[in-house]
Design a protein. Sequence first.
Length: 572
Amino acid sequence: MGEDDDKYTKDGTVDHHGNPADKTKTGTWKACPFILGNECCERLAYYGMSTNLVLYFKNRLNQHSATASNNVSNWSGTCYITPLIGAFIADSYLGRYWTIAIFSIIYVFGMTLLTLSASVPGLKPTCSGKEDCHATVTQTAVCFLALYLIALGTGGIKPCVSSYGADQFDDSDENEKKHKSSFFNWFYFSINVGALIASSLLVWIQDNVGWGWGFGIPAVTMAIAVVSFFSGTRLYRNQKPGGSALTRMCQVVVASIRKYRVEVPADKSVVLYETTDAESAIIGSRKLERTKDFKFFDKAAVEVPTDDIKVPANPWRLCTVTQVEELKAIIRLLPIWATGIVFATVYGQMGTLFVLQGNTMDIHVGPSNFEIPPASLSIFDTLSVLFWVPVYDRIIVPVARKFTGHKNGLTQLQRMGIGLIISIFAMVSAAILELERLKTVRKHNYYTLEHIPMSIFWQVPQYFLIGCAEVFTFIGQLEFFYEQAPDATRSLCSALSLTTVALGNYLSTLLVTIVTKVSTRHGKLGWIPDNLNYGRVDYFFWLLAVLSVLNLGVFLLIAKWYTYKKPLGTLR
């Protein structure tokens, strides 16, 4: 029996036949290359299509700068809202494997349609010159239909793939568990390998060869991502779907309200309702220890005479402690989640105002005639991530561990906080650069010049700083939401962390809209006109820097009082 215990995972995972997962044949780094390969190709496809999208809208669909920026922000935001749909389906009904598989196919359809909209006569905009294009309503509609199909497809992949990779490591096995934190680092590394190729080669192809090829190559890459994922099927460990988490949470709320007059025993030795089995009543979830905050919801687990527990309890009247703690865990995540929104707004500037800022500068590489597309500067964000991930994993963690005694060097909250600090410096850097750029414009009267004689490579520091901030905040957030999520809601909580990016994009749109409306009063051109040489984009960057400082203060207060979840036992 002891040998069997060591042979199989104890976190409830099963193999592709539905049998307990054999540690020697499934999971760990044996399965991860297929997941990382899938993610690398999918991100190459996504960034290859989205990095230059603001210029496609402006130059091919003939949209104004503010409109193009807002359309990209809205679409990108939707790409990070749809994961809530995919996560709900994965956790409740299909499981992560089938959710990734089905939504990947939708993704491929969207990429194919986008390629056709940019290459097939009648679907692509009519152009008389490089930038003199006019798109019909139908052509614009087809383009946006394709983009929102992609948004739906990515919604089933994003919340599941990082959690699915982490599922390959058994929490109850200390040897496997210590590799899980490294997985999140290398998962983000693989994202940026794809982004590196996208922001360099594919952006150049879009600007110099054509948008048909520029979108077609990402479509083919996405098809390769699907093949990579299916290739590892026999090696994967799968968590069983635990039923509707939303229903369980509603049951706790309803049961608590029904028992609002019931007193919760102050003595913790008084046991609240829980199953007598070794495992939780929720499929795929360990039992959770009762915590002392949000006591109102504990009422749902207090047994009263009207609760007939000899028969299966009515979950709308009596809930288990684990079910109550599941809701509490998600409520505790929400304040931390909210502080990620401003950071995501800063991050989102790379695809909008950074590109428009770079488009006004000298885009030549040295004395040569080679021109670098403004969107390709995001390559320095990617290179920053590729530099900092191994540095963090191999150098910072061991050094920090000696000082903190923490197995991961820094706690996830400490890691996220450092990233928030770095993001402030990124906005300050962008604001100072824009201030210097405008000084050059005024000094030499370059107002009507398309590209002023100031190298675009002055943007490198702001991209590099955001890349560094990502390694601390985004990866820390991924790991934090996976670790602190109840076992049966990990896709949902991963999706929750991703929605910060969506809301960050929407906040960016809101700020741009408000700033444009206020700054264009009395006939003024405003902060963000079509010709940025007449604008004050630096004011917008300073605004984001101030918001980031305020956000950091709120984060520090919330992190100080955060209560970690307390799982009990194993699932096998």
